[in-house]
Design a protein around this ligand. Sequence first.
Ligand SMILES: NC(=O)C1=CN([C@@H]2O[C@H](COP(=O)(O)OP(=O)(O)OC[C@H]3O[C@@H](n4cnc5c(N)ncnc54)[C@H](O)[C@@H]3O)[C@@H](O)[C@H]2O)C=CC1
Ligand SMILES: NCC(=O)COP(=O)(O)O
Length: 336
Amino acid sequence: MTQPPLLALTMGDPCGIGPELAAKAFHSEKAYDNMRPFLVGDEETMIKAVKTTGVPLTIRPIRTADEAQFVPGTVDLLTVSSLDRDEVIPGAPTARTGQAMIEAITRSVDLALSGECDAIVTGPIHKVAMKLAGSEFHGHTELIATRTRAREFAMMMAGDRLKVVLVTIHIPLRQVIEELTSPVITDLISLTARSLTERFGVTSPRIAVAGLNPHAGEEGLFGDEESRLIAPAVEKARALHPTCTISDPMPPDTVFFKAAEGHYDAVVCMYHDQGLIPFKMVHFHDGVNTTLGLPIIRTSVDHGTAYDIAWKNIASEGSLLSAMEMAAMQARNRVR
Ligand SMILES: NC(=O)C1=CN([C@@H]2O[C@H](COP(=O)(O)OP(=O)(O)OC[C@H]3O[C@@H](n4cnc5c(N)ncnc54)[C@H](O)[C@@H]3O)[C@@H](O)[C@H]2O)C=CC1
Ligand SMILES: NCC(=O)COP(=O)(O)O
């Protein structure tokens, strides 16, 4: 790769904090540091976001990615919708604002699939807005996995100190146990091992596997999913990845502090909040959501649309800047 990675950023839900974070991120001195970002979104929304944040930026509409010029102080914006600025009401999504946010995602995915950008970085979207727009998907992960025809995929939340990967994602807690099977857990450990090497440059990954129950089951006193499902899955994954270190099912209450102290490169978690609560305690303002297993590189912010503070110019752009840096890093590692 002779040029810095080319990143397509989506503005996220117009009614949330995404547009103002995009404006702040493009204004940051880090914006063009070893990367070439352009924005995919709505012109009126972004003009309004620039005004709200007060950053000295000019919006420059473009029709194709190769028209982008990456001049600091200017946002190259691939326009994919034409919202009226009065339609964008903080915290009040409509079918049209939802469709605009989805159009930005699908267009960016298509650009990545056709090689017109090296990675995509998605702004936060609201799951209710997805539904209002008529989407069958809950969020980015499922939409992008389907559009890219990914055979397997997983949600990783990544920061310098802690990386967590989820076996199950957005399902009710009571359904988690039904979805946990040994083959599913083996596949997830395996995808984590491959991705740590290919996307993060870790040559011999050290993976911790969290148990499900208190004290990882305490020898069957508090549940048997560890001995019945997780330990056999670990054995299979070890056979598939002899150069990796893969732990036995570990007590969930202590595995994360050990990983954050540097003993593991990632923790495989059985359900969403098992991983995301410790992750956000450590990395809320600089953490990144990235999808493993896709044929394209996709990173995102680790937070949501924050309707409660949208368009008030108080949201932090830290996670978005980290997502941009991580997308560029993954693009460079993929080339190597
Ligand atoms: N990458 C994405 O698109 C994500 C989308 N979501 C979706 O976002 C919607 C809202 O989710 P919530 O659970 O309310 O989580 P949220 O992350 O939007 O908000 C939770 C709390 O964190 C604060 N917050 C969030 N981002 C912040 C920032 N950048 N700076 C300062 N404070 C910030 C909010 O003000 C709120 O108090 C849901 O539909 C959820 O599914 C959630 C996580 C990631
Ligand atoms: N909890 C993370 C989240 O909701 C983000 O989902 P996605 O939009 O990245 O699929």
